[in-house]
Write a protein that binds this ligand. Structure first.
Ligand code: ZN
Length: 320
């Protein structure tokens, strides 16, 4: 089995139907509209968000989040992963009625349990939600800057890419950077090359979440390769959301051939009916990548991981 790593997964989006069913029983909630035959059911971006929302509202306590992180990471380790970096959102915690402290502590507890059981290493990336606007993202950045945690090592922005301009968020990212957090940002998924360029110019990330629509602009592709910006590519997510019509049309192989540093991740795996192992299988089957090429992407993920150098060396050594 090829050693795997993932650096782009939203923790609430990693909750599988089985776990969500357990949570629904715990809180007496009806989930028949979102889960059928042990799979999530949705039909477009709006119903996907509704489905996601109903599922994530079933995580309400510190222990719920510990269980969520532990379940996700144990499952990932069973797929051959040695490392995971996942997005957290203190805004989600607050809307679940939990303090951000209890949310982060719960997730950290689950990470430690999973590491004790399987050896999987993990870190969290705090995020602001773009559709909450510059003030909302700044609030998220400031909270994490004021509450440092050893397992929260990055800051990013998720949410609806079609809203606001990257430059509107420069201040939030400066706050995070000044607090010593590494930077990634979602761009080039729902919007095109301009969105990626704006993110690079104004937010100065070392990685881009998705970034795949950079392919629309050859000069931008060249810039990504030259500046060694790492793309967190999630092919299954892109296909599920219709960013590309088919795997044949997916630009990962072309980006890689152009010298861009690409990696593989699963984004919101059960919602897109995928898993990290399935993403690696997709790359093998649809992009013609062999074991060496797949391991190369894992290595890129570890090289780009938001960890201290000692942890990075330990992880790289595990790749052989
Ligand atoms: Zn994402």
């Amino acid at each position: 089995m090829v050693a795997k790593a993932e650096i782009h997964c939203h923790i609430e989006g990693a909750a599988g139907p089985a776990l969500v069913r357990t949570q629904a029983e715990k809180y007496g909630a009806d989930i028949s509209v979102i889960i059928r035959d042990d799979a999530y059911v949705w039909s477009d971006f709006t119903t996907f968000l509704q489905c996601y929302d109903i599922a994530s509202r079933l995580f309400r306590s510190q222990e719920d989040y510990a269980l969520l992180a532990e379940t996700y990471l144990r499952d990932l380790a069973a797929q051959g992963a040695i490392y995971s970096e996942f997005f957290i959102s203190t805004d989600h915690a607050i809307s679940a009625g939990l303090t951000p402290e209890a949310y982060v502590d719960g997730l950290a507890e689950g990470m430690l349990r999973a590491r004790a059981a399987t050896g999987i290493e993990a870190r969290m990336i705090a995020t602001g939600l773009r559709h909450e606007g510059p003030q909302g993202v700044e609030r998220a950045a400031r909270w994490i800057a004021d509450h440092p945690h050893p397992l929260v090592t990055g800051f990013g922005m998720a949410g609806d890419e079609r809203m606001h301009e990257p430059k509107d968020f420069a201040r939030a990212f400066d706050i995070a950077r000044d607090a010593g957090l590494a930077i990634t940002v979602h761009a080039g998924e729902l919007c095109g090359a301009d969105s990626v360029r704006g993110a690079l110019d104004h937010l100065r990330p070392s990685r881009i979440g998705h970034g795949v629509r950079a392919i629309e602009d050859p000069a931008l592709v060249e810039r990504l390769a030259r500046d060694e910006i790492v793309l967190e590519v999630c092919p299954g997510s892109n296909i599920a959301l219709g960013v590309f019509a088919s795997y044949d049309a997916h630009p990962l192989p072309r980006l890689r051939d152009a010298g861009v540093r690409v990696t593989l991740s699963s984004d919101d795996p059960p919602f897109f009916h995928t898993s990290l192992a399935q993403e690696y299988e997709t790359a093998r089957r649809h992009f013609g990548m062999d074991d060496a090429a797949l391991l190369d992407m894992t290595r890129t993920s570890i090289e780009a991981a938001f960890v201290d150098e000692e942890t990075r060396d330990t992880l790289l050594a595990r790749l052989g």
